[in-house]
Design a protein around this ligand. Structure first.
Ligand code: MOS
Length: 746
């Protein structure tokens, strides 16, 4: 079998999705008051989740279920010469074995073969009985070493390759106009997703159809990729996902072990379950690629940016890494920009999209640079950002933003943190423990995907079903679906049965790119409006008025002119006489506008100059994402994003052993993440203003934005405290102590 390289969904669909044509669907006016939308609504499935009753993929069992395991390469670079399954297959309880590769192996952990057995222990033993003959080859796992002349070549092409370039204006002209020019280099380490629920798949074949239960952010994309890999019509494959414990991008698309489960199930004629271990999660299921970003830029004395030049070397293992220049190209008004991005290939597993891919690393560099530039200019760093504020995308040279609430984020965030308390001169305060304040700006997409479908089914007994093939990553999808329908039809969220996570349901995009709410929400709003129209027409006849005079109240329809006259929701539904389906669709994005979300984070930190330890005291996270649908889950999303950002800023780094080519951070002790005691007060603020044309709810996505500016806000606060910028994440105590020592030298 040819090696199967999983292709995680790229985030280019974010922009392709912006099919800029057609008319906007009618938007709910800003002043409209709702019973549920915009309020704090508890999850409709909250008690199911916290009592352990919500079923996750690995909780499902089927008759005759087998357990699969993956044999992974122990070599970082090798040629597979031969695979011998005879001993494994004659082991009692082993039901099937398959090759997953032939030829070249490029990292430790690359899948080589898979087995299915009657239980996990037997499968584990069988792996040890597979005899693989390798021809071991030279390798390189460090990005710095991979860039050097004579380094072992990772692919069949050079280790350093152009990833992206962009030019506008002329940076030479920008240099000539600048009063101050600085150049700074920033580094970000590799971060691993580590969702609470590890990856898992179950596959079985029945009546010529393959069914896959998968912990995935992208059921339709898993289906379509399986169809291609197995050469089957997509209609012969069904992918189901019920509950999920996060993905953060690591579960966007088909995994090699999912395909292995399908192949093993076909071979054995029985269902096969494969669950990834925490260890596998740590070293061979993707990560956020590293970056080495240099920004050179200049400004006039008053802070006006004249040019920005960015160079990035991104380390995505055997993958291409992340483009990180979007924030720099877009956020600030700047006429002259040059971007050069390069992939650096190493013998480590391919990176995958990770919550706001590229924007996290690019924003750390750009926003740290802005802080350092402000200091050179002796300007308030927030003023520098206001000075270069843009109304149009691509740094004010493109099309206008449909809506942009960033100035409000600046104002509200600065007020909430007490921005005037910051050190006027970085590092000016004396003492062992030093405090500082810093801030950073964020931009993301998240307009939603036109063409998303949703069905609303109303039964003659008044029961209501919402059906859509979207998937909930753990963010609360079911709740906002229920909320939107409830508000449109005069029901309560608990009244609505939600059916999601199945490719046999109407199409919805992958849950990535902060797209789910602005795709699925508007589609259900559309379906519910169509249902409301029909129900109002029925009610009008009973109430002796025109449909326009029918008002929807809680579980009843009322004649506006004669409020005595009312009819219950159930009585109206009965008149439908049969189960009726209302089809909703998320409308187009009108052309001529850029659709982005914005935010600004403000952080307060304390740095212990003796231990080098950073303590984050407070984070104010102000976001503009159009209309907020559920304030409770929105606040949770922000608190989660900030927490994950603090974790990556202070602790997280995947470390490799250069000599062995092996990952050494394969558990959650060695790969340190944030603990409760590290989490400060986090204050979410929303500029709650519906976008005038983005979709019928006026809402933008919020999944990724709160993850983006955290590291820069903290690093800038550290700079404000110490007068030294850390310029790398994670900002571990040794990094800070080394900087303080360098500074102390005469
Ligand atoms: Mo996200 S990286 O689009 O799950």
């Amino acid at each position: 079998m040819k090696p199967f390289r999983p292709e995680p969904d790229s985030l280019t669909y974010l922009k392709e999705a912006g099919r800029q044509e057609g008319k906007a669907q009618e938007i709910i006016p800003q002043e409209t008051r709702f019973r549920y939308i915009g309020k704090k609504i508890r999850r409709v499935d909250g008690s199911l989740i916290v009592t352990g009753k919500a079923p996750y993929t690995q909780d499902f069992y089927f008759r005759d279920l087998l357990y699969g395991k993956i044999l992974r390469s122990p070599h970082a670079a090798a040629e597979v010469v031969n695979i011998d399954f005879s001993a494994a297959l004659s082991h009692p309880g082993v039901m099937a074995a398959i090759k997953l590769t032939e030829g070249r192996i490029r990292y430790i952990g690359e899948p080589v073969a898979a087995v299915a057995a009657v239980d996990e222990d037997t499968a584990e033993q069988a792996l040890k009985l597979i005899k693989v003959e390798y021809k071991v080859l030279p390798f390189v796992v460090s990005e710095d070493k991979a860039r050097q002349e004579g380094a072992p070549q990772v692919l069949d092409s050079p280790n350093v390759q152009k990833l992206f370039e962009y030019t506008r204006g002329n940076i030479k002209e920008g240099e000539a106009q600048a009063d101050i020019i600085i150049e700074r280099t920033y580094r970000t380490a590799i971060e691993v997703h580590h969702p609470a629920e590890t990856h898992a798949s179950i596959a079985y074949w029945k009546d010529g159809r393959l069914t896959v239960w998968d912990s995935t952010q992208a059921i339709f994309s898993v289906r379509d990729q399986l169809a291609r890999a197995l050469n089957l019509p997509a209609s012969r494959i069904r992918v189901i996902k019920k509950y999920m414990g996060g993905g953060f991008g690591s579960k966007l698309g088909l995994n090699d072990f999912t395909l292995a489960a399908a192949l093993l199930a076909r071979e054995a004629g029985r269902p096969v379950k494969i669950v990834m271990t925490r260890r596998e999660n740590a070293y061979c299921l993707g990560n956020r690629p590293s970056t080495l970003i240099t920004i050179r830029g200049g400004a006039k004395k008053d802070g006006t940016l004249t040019f920005l030049h960015m160079k990035n070397f991104t380390g995505g293992g055997v993958g291409r890494g992340d483009r990180c220049s979007e924030p720099l190209m877009d956020i600030y008004k700047c006429p002259n920009v040059l971007v050069e991005e390069y992939s650096v290939f190493t013998n480590t597993c391919a990176s995958r999209p990770t919550r706001a891919p590229g924007h996290v690393q690019g924003t750390f560099a750009l926003e740290s640079f802005m802080e350092e530039l402000a200091a050179e200019l002796k300007m308030d760093p927030l003023e520098l950002r206001r000075k270069n504020y843009s109304e149009k995308n691509l740094g004010d040279t493109g099309i206008p933003y449909s809506s942009k609430g960033l100035l409000e984020c600046y104002r509200l965030g600065a007020e909430a943190i007490g921005w005037s308390r910051r050190n006027q001169i970085p590092g000016e305060r004396k003492g062992k423990i030093k405090r500082g304040l810093g801030m950073a700006t964020q931009i993301w997409w998240g307009a939603g995907v036109p063409g998303t479908l949703a069905d609303l089914k109303i039964y003659p007994d008044g029961s209501v079903e919402a059906i859509c093939g979207t998937q909930d990553l753990g963010t609360g999808t079911r709740t906002y679906i229920a909320t939107i329908i409830a508000d449109t039809l005069g029901l309560e969220p608990q009244d609505i049965l939600i059916k999601i996570g199945d490719t046999d349901y109407p199409w919805a995009p992958s849950s990535g790119g902060s797209q789910t709410t602005p795709s699925v929400g508007p589609a259900f709003r559309d379906a519910a409006l169509k249902a409301a129209e029909r129900l109002k027409a029925i009610a009008a006849k009973k109430l002796d008025c025109s449909p326009e005079k029918v008002q929807i109240e809680l579980r009843r329809f009322v004649n506006m002119d004669n409020p005595e006259k009312a009819i219950s929701f159930n009585e109206v539904a009965r008149e439908l006489r049969r189960v009726t389906v209302f089809h909703g669709e998320r409308g187009d994005l009108p052309a001529g506008f850029a659709y982005n979300s914005f935010g600004a984070h403000f952080a307060e930190v304390e740095v212990d100059t003796e231990t080098g330890k950073i303590k984050v005291i407070k984070v104010v996270a102000a976001h503009e994402v159009g209309r907020v649908i559920n304030r409770l889950t929105a606040e949770s999303m922000v608190i989660g994003g900030v927490t994950q950002g603090i974790s990556a800023s202070l602790f997280e780094q995947r470390l490799m052993d250069d000599n062995e080519g092996r990952c050494v951070t394969t558990n959650l002790l060695d790969y340190k993440i944030v603990a409760f005691s590290d989490i400060p007060e986090i204050i979410p603020i929303f500029v709650d203003s519906p976008d005038p044309r983005i979709n019928n709810l006026g809402t933008k996505g919020l999944g990724e934005p709160p993850r983006i500016p955290v590291a820069a806000a903290i690093a800038n606060a550290v700079y404000n405290a110490l007068g030294i910028h850390p310029r790398q994440i994670p900002m571990t105590p040794d990094v800070i102590l080394t900087l303080l020592k360098k500074e102390a030298k005469p």
